[in-house]
Design a protein around this ligand. Structure first.
Ligand code: CUA
Length: 158
């Protein structure tokens, strides 16, 4: 069977593209800690406000790390502004009482979906103090484009 030279070229191009894509995934995973959150925890979306895990949304700073509890709902994050210290681990825990939202801290490796019925959890360490924009990146209705919050990362030790 004879394979046309153009067909061979396109097959070669596909193999090269696949190698580039897989290499990009592995490289960003190893060097920039870009990987999907793997936490699995369920919650009743109709009872988020009564659930002790989400009774007090906000930031708790401890010596060994910071914990942030947030609720993503149409069309805001609760709380809407959070402050965490730089240079120490921060663990985010989020859930949604209504529809699917997104949670991305622009310019960092924090990026997850917030799915009703589940608790999204991920950890990171912010190295650079400053103000960061938090956005919802899953279309969640008429107010989606207004759904944002602010993260302030303070200098280590302050
Ligand atoms: Cu919440 Cu888009």
């Amino acid at each position: 069977m004879k394979v046309h030279v153009y067909e061979k070229a396109w097959m070669g191009a596909c193999v090269v593209l696949i190698i580039v894509f897989v290499s990009t995934i592995l490289l960003t995973s190893w060097t920039m800690r870009m990987h999907p959150p793997s936490h699995m925890e369920i919650i009743d979306p109709a009872k988020v406000n009564d659930d002790p895990r989400f009774a007090n949304p906000g930031v708790t700073v401890r010596a060994d790390g910071t914990r942030v509890i947030m609720i993503a709902e149409m069309w805001t994050f609760i709380p809407n502004e959070i402050t965490v210290p730089a240079g120490r681990p921060v663990t985010f825990r989020l859930t949604s009482p209504d529809v699917i939202h997104g949670f991305e801290i622009v310019g960092t490796n924090v990026n997850t979906m917030v799915v009703p019925g589940y608790v999204s959890q991920l950890s990171t360490t912010f190295q650079h103090p400053g103000e960061y924009l938090i956005v919802c990146h899953e279309y969640c209705g008429a107010g989606h484009h207004t759904m944002q919050a602010k993260l302030v990362v303070t200098g280590a030790g302050s």
